[in-house]
Design a protein around this ligand. Structure first.
Ligand SMILES: Cc1cc2nc3c(=O)[nH]c(=O)nc-3n(C[C@H](O)[C@H](O)[C@H](O)COP(=O)(O)O)c2cc1C
Length: 369
């Protein structure tokens, strides 16, 4: 890792102001194209790695039988079509979740569908699961080898045809059949706030029906469930009671918030934004509280992946101490720059050392002890 402070300076003073004057989706698409190109060339990857990757044995761990070089992952929604899997390790991430992928290709909601909230440090997201569909994404990934663990996030196709409960379940099952042999782990996303028909499977009875069908597939890879952030602890407990009856290895806590009245959101910024869920700082506290509650109440039965508003090593560490084995982010990288991943990993080593831990594993859930 080379001159992180210089990278931060360049991002904050030159790149970010330039990006933030342009349409957010256009910038995102351009960055994805650039990342895809860089990832195709050994020289591009090596150059980036030299600048950005921070390694340390204290950060390594095995979770669900998968080896992670560090606990910081790219969250779902950034690499919707699995085009960045070759470059993401060179940015310093320890793993990546691609997608969310749906059974049929999805155009997503009409544009505009992404807005920045600079003061609130968040994004309003109304993509509506834009992606190339399970078949094409499976073909894109099948012949690749990966330097880091890759999770595949599967969601219900965002159209009227999969809005019914049975149709919705069939849609998930179809994607899982296509993608079950791809990558290292599977994520079932039941918490997209922007999909046609809403978050059907956050209802415990309907989640039961979905997971019963998923059980029948006898997936051989670890399975995670991604839940909404706008849950009370009582609702989370009710979902965990259902999850307990099925073959689920972990929880991803959590997705975008729909609660626009959250105190972290500067209301004046929402005037220019459209409908959609909000990412970033406004989700930070709520997701950490869910992690804390889930860790305590499920007593380590599930691996927890913490996501929502991570902008620093301290933010990541707070989620780890609350009970997360791994963390993920997207908005933090957009606001702080891609050097953030190395900064977080380096900062985590400092925090672990400060608190007398020999490894990241020892810190997981330490706030409860
Ligand atoms: C542009 C964008 C698109 C997203 N799309 C998805 C998605 O397709 N599937 C999903 O599970 N989460 C999606 N999310 C939610 C993120 O994975 C994450 O849960 C949320 O943004 C909180 O993390 P952050 O504050 O680090 O961004 C998306 C987030 C953003 C910003």
């Amino acid at each position: 890792m080379f001159a992180t402070r210089t990278q931060r300076f360049v991002y904050q003073h030159f790149l970010k102001p330039w990006f933030f004057r342009r349409d957010p989706e256009m910038v995102h698409d351009q960055m994805c194209r650039l990342g895809h190109r860089l990832g195709r060339f050994h020289a591009g990857r090596t150059c980036l790695s030299t600048l950005m990757v921070y390694r340390h044995p204290m950060l390594e761990q095995t979770v669900c039988g998968i080896r992670f070089k560090n606990p910081v992952g790219l969250t779902a929604g950034f690499d919707k079509n699995a085009e960045l899997t070759q470059v993401i390790p060179s940015v310093g991430f320890g793993f990546e979740v691609v997608g969310s992928v749906t059974a049929r290709p999805c155009e997503g909601n009409p544009k505009p569908r992404l807005w920045r909230l600079p003061k609130s440090k968040g994004l309003v997201v109304y993509y509506g699961l834009k992606n190339d569909g399970a078949d094409q994404i499976q073909r894109r990934l099948r012949d690749q080898s990966f330097e880091i663990p890759i999770g595949i996030s599967v969601a219900k196709t965002n159209d009227a045809a999969s809005v019914g409960v049975n149709e919705g379940i069939n849609d998930y099952i179809q994607s899982l059949k296509v993608l079950s042999q791809t990558g290292d782990f599977i994520v079932i996303n039941v918490s997209c706030p922007n999909a046609y028909g809403g978050e059907t499977f956050v209802d415990p009875d309907l989640l039961e029906r979905l997971l019963s069908r998923v059980d029948q597939l006898q997936l051989t890879k670890p399975l995670f469930l991604k839940l909404p952030v706008d849950l009370t602890t009582k609702q989370l407990d009710a979902l965990c009671e259902v999850i307990d009856l099925h073959q689920v290895d972990g929880l991803i806590l959590s997705n975008l918030t729909k609660e626009r009245s959250r105190k972290e959101i500067d209301q004046t910024e929402l005037v220019q934004a459209g409908a959609g869920g909000i990412s970033g700082a406004p989700t930070k506290q709520a997701s950490t509280e869910l992690i804390r509650h889930a860790y305590r109440s499920t007593q380590g039965r599930y691996v927890i992946v913490g996501v929502g508003g991570i902008f620093s090593a301290e933010d990541a560490y707070e989620k780890i101490c609350a009970g997360a084995s791994l963390v993920q982010l997207a908005t933090g990288m957009i606001f702080e720059g891609p050097q953030l991943i190395g900064e977080i990993n380096k900062g985590l080593v400092k925090l672990l050392t400060r608190d007398g831990f020999d490894s990241i594993t020892e810190a997981i859930g330490s706030a409860h002890r």
